[in-house]
Design a protein around this ligand. Structure first.
Ligand SMILES: [Zn+2]
Length: 271
């Protein structure tokens, strides 16, 4: 799939499901029509390796991250023809992130609309003269021109903090900066990571603690063949085809070990 296409258009979910399904079948192996057990869910496979996944690319999120780049260009490349054309057609009185932009239009524009939330969530305003920042609704480094408004909106201690933020003395516009990179510029890779780690597949949970991270990093850097690492990964994810695991997935009716015939063949017993 050419990057150009997924960089400009939001592709249909059904297409992503089909591609993922092909990758999953390839990964878990399949013969003809018989469906092999897919032991670990797609979301888990797409987590980064240090979070217990296998770092598969979630193409739908990648698509969104690429589209975010277009939103970014519409915010920052104001000299470009791309900006001028889209501005005239879809947001003549404001900017691409405004709520009142045109809600219909070309497929490219509809695609861009879908990536606005990503940009909103992953970035923040750096205050220039404070003219264009909303108090509620926009993320901003606190400041507003009118002290009374600030005092009315905030608790006294908050208002004090807000009003102590120095304003730029020159009349500069506020700029939106991406929070995931050091220089505040949007990078597709950073946006993708933000989607997968912060918003999507791997919401922080017990399996996401620092200790787990350390464990996974250890596992993937072990000096053993890749096959062995993947075997260990599967053992850790209860995804080896032990009798108990097969029983849980209703592939077999007997969870007991074939050798001793009385204990459950769980992962530890099998190993
Ligand atoms: Zn046994």
């Amino acid at each position: 799939m050419p990057t150009y296409t997924i960089g400009c258009f939001k592709l249909p979910k059904s297409l992503f499901r089909d591609i993922e399904s092909l990758i999953r079948k390839f990964w878990w192996g399949y013969k003809g029509e018989s469906r092999k057990v897919h032991w670990v869910g797609w979301n888990k496979l797409c987590k980064p390796k240090c979070q217990g996944g296998l770092g598969f690319k979630d193409i739908e999120n990648f698509n969104l991250a690429l589209l975010g780049k277009q939103v970014w260009r519409l915010l920052h490349n104001k000299e470009s023809l791309f900006y001028k054309v889209f501005r005239v057609k879809y947001f003549p009185h404001g900017m691409v992130l405004d709520e009142n932009v045109k809600q219909n239009g070309s497929y490219a524009w509809m695609s861009i609309l879908k990536a606005r939330d990503l940009v909103r969530q992953g970035s923040a305003w750096r205050i220039g003269d404070g003219k264009k920042v909303l108090i509620r609704g926009d993320k901003w480094i606190p400041r507003q021109q009118t002290e009374n408004r600030v005092k009315a909106e905030f608790q006294p201690f908050e208002a004090e903090a807000v009003l102590s933020i120095p304003l730029s003395t020159r009349s500069t516009e506020n700029t939106l900066f991406w929070q995931g990179t050091k220089n505040g510029t949007y990078f597709t890779k950073s946006a993708y990571r933000f989607l997968v780690e912060e918003l999507g597949a791997s919401k922080p949970g017990p399996s996401n603690t620092q200790a787990h991270k350390h464990f996974w990093q250890k596992l993937w850097t072990l000096d053993v063949p890749n096959k062995v690492k993947h075997f260990m990964w599967r053992a850790c994810n209860e995804s080896l085809s032990t009798k108990l695991n097969l029983y849980k997935r209703k592939v077999t009716s007997n969870p007991r070990c074939d050798l001793c015939h009385h204990e459950m063949e769980d992962t530890v017993h099998a190993l």
